[in-house]
Design a protein around this ligand. Structure first.
Ligand code: GLU
Length: 507
């Protein structure tokens, strides 16, 4: 029995813009499949459509894949003997191969002008016929072809679609798919500018790069019969890769996921404060499930569990709420030291820490302590960074509802009592702070809650946040005392002549 060839899969993006999360999901399934079967994951850049080429998107694609941890075994910058891996650097290969198809009688030159093609189309539409090339040049005598070529007439090269054939392939996710060749157009292989079309370049490269499985989005299903015929025409049917078309991704409102509907690029998710491991895990579950009830899975667990038989052909929904939930789980377990680099720039941007030179040790330690307190309470890095304001600045205003409840004469009295006690704590750590709160609560018969709420409001301006004693420790004695004094003054201040309590917000 023949030994099965080593699994080789590829992600083949066209650099026409940012790397969309849908593209990233295709890359990720290829990656998991390669790792699961000890195979190779290739990256190939399909940049033959020059009219849609966007130079910056190359870097964007590379950066996005690297950020997600989808490191390619072969591809740009990593030669594995099948390069180059950028199609615009392989043009001579496609030209030669197309000529081979002409010589073998599987393809032909078509000299029809754009005007003629438009006329043909208009006529077909008028008669209610299927549109497509009418194959006028398919039967041109050789002498006429030669005359046109030597006269410099521009031409495309088209594949001769055989008549009346059932073109079938076994999709690894959807099962057998069949097309009648009569519905296929004699599609273009090489354009007038000498550039190949997606179809021929894709097939030649998959063959030359020894790709064993093609895993791609299901918008390519209708291209696959064309590719099957191309493999046959080249005489490569025996080594044709297996195909698996991945289910479409829908936005939560049901439509196809698109930028307009809020779907974004991988880098947008990075900027919005998501961790790569969370996005990785989330994308893996878009169309695939491990078959048990696990959702949070490490890369190694995903690799060990991944199989195409568990990929559903049904559309999957990009539920951003779920992504946020998952991100929260990954943030909570990430060592705070490893979140500092993502968070410091946001604090600098807001002017909470000085944006000058590299952060010193004290700042780094302070940052880690804040993150320790906040990371289980946030779902995004940006949210964590924004919610940390009270560790840097005195409250500029107090939450209205809570202020109404506890910023009164009694509250002021309690804060004064606390102020005095807190002044006396030399070692301002949360255990000592807690002790003194308990002491006051007992000696003055005030519930702990009756002490905590006014303090929290005085210190942070809001009624929620991490554990109060820990928070006070990190904010520091001097800052805490100043803020409590300010709150006492604030309560004492009579109502201004203008409306109501200045500084109270409806947050
Ligand atoms: N270049 C195509 C794309 O942009 C690749 C499709 C395929 O994987 O065959 O999606």
């Amino acid at each position: 029995m023949a030994v099965a060839p080593k699994v080789r899969v590829r992600f083949a993006p066209s650099p026409t813009g940012y790397l969309h999360v849908g593209g990233a999901r295709s890359a990720l399934f290829n990656y998991l499949f390669a790792r699961r079967f000890g195979g190779d994951f290739l990256l190939r850049i399909e940049d033959t459509d020059r009219s849609r080429f966007v130079e910056e998107s190359l870097t964007e694609i590379y950066d996005s894949l690297k950020w997600l941890g989808l490191n390619w075994d072969e591809g740009p910058g990593k030669d594995g003997g099948c390069g180059p891996y950028v199609q615009s650097e392989r043009l001579d290969i496609y030209g030669k191969m197309a000529a081979r198809l002409i010589d073998a009688g599987h393809a032909y030159r078509c000299f029809c002008t754009a005007e003629r093609l438009a006329e043909v189309r208009a006529g077909q539409e008028k008669n209610g016929e299927a549109t497509g090339y009418d194959r006028q040049c398919r039967g041109l005598p050789q002498s006429e072809v030669e005359r046109n070529v030597s006269g410099g007439a521009p031409f495309v090269i088209r594949l001769k679609i055989p008549a009346g054939r059932i073109v079938a392939f076994d999709d690894l996710i959807r099962g057998k798919i069949e097309y009648n060749s009569d519905v296929l157009d004699d599609f273009v292989l090489m354009k007038t500018d000498g550039f190949p079309t997606y179809h021929i370049a894709n097939v030649i490269d998959d063959h030359e790069m020894k790709i064993t499985h093609v895993l791609r989005g299901d918008e390519w299903i209708s291209s696959t019969p064309k590719h099957v015929l191309l493999y046959e025409a080249f005489g490569w049917a025996d080594t044709m890769p297996a195909f698996a078309h991945l289910p479409v991704i829908l936005s939560p409102d049901g439509g196809k996921l698109s930028k307009r509907k809020g779907a974004a690029s991988v880098m947008d998710y990075k900027r919005a404060g998501f961790l790569p491991e969370a996005l990785f895990n989330f994308l893996a579950l878009l169309g695939w499930a491990p078959g048990d009830d696990r959702e949070k899975m490490s890369v190694d667990e995903l690799i060990a569990a991944f199989s195409l038989s568990q990929v559903s052909p049904k559309a999957s929904v990009f539920d951003e709420k779920k992504l946020e939930w998952m991100n929260g789980l990954y943030m909570a377990e990430r060592p705070s030291e490893l979140l500092v680099d993502d968070i410091l720039p946001i604090w600098k941007e807001r002017g909470w820490v000085s944006s000058g030179s590299a952060p010193d040790r004290a700042l780094l330690e302070h940052a880690v302590r804040i993150i320790d307190l906040m990371k289980t309470r946030s779902r995004r890095i940006t949210e964590l960074a924004g919610a940390s304001e009270c560790f840097f600045v005195d409250p500029a205003e107090y939450e209205e509802k809570s202020a109404k409840k506890c910023f009164n004469a009694e509250g002021a009295e309690r804060l004064s009592l606390l102020l005095k006690t807190l002044e006396g704590i030399d070692d301002f750590v949360h255990t000592k702070i807690e002790e003194s709160y308990r002491g006051i609560s007992e000696s003055h018969s005030i519930s702990i809650g009756g002490l905590i709420l006014p303090t929290r409001l005085a210190v942070s301006g809001t009624s929620n946040g991490p554990g109060l004693y820990e928070m006070m420790e990190v904010i520091g004695k001097e800052n805490v005392l100043r803020r409590i004094s300010a709150a006492i003054n604030y309560i004492a201040q009579p109502l201004t002549k203008t409306e109501g309590h200045n500084g109270i917000t409806g947050k």
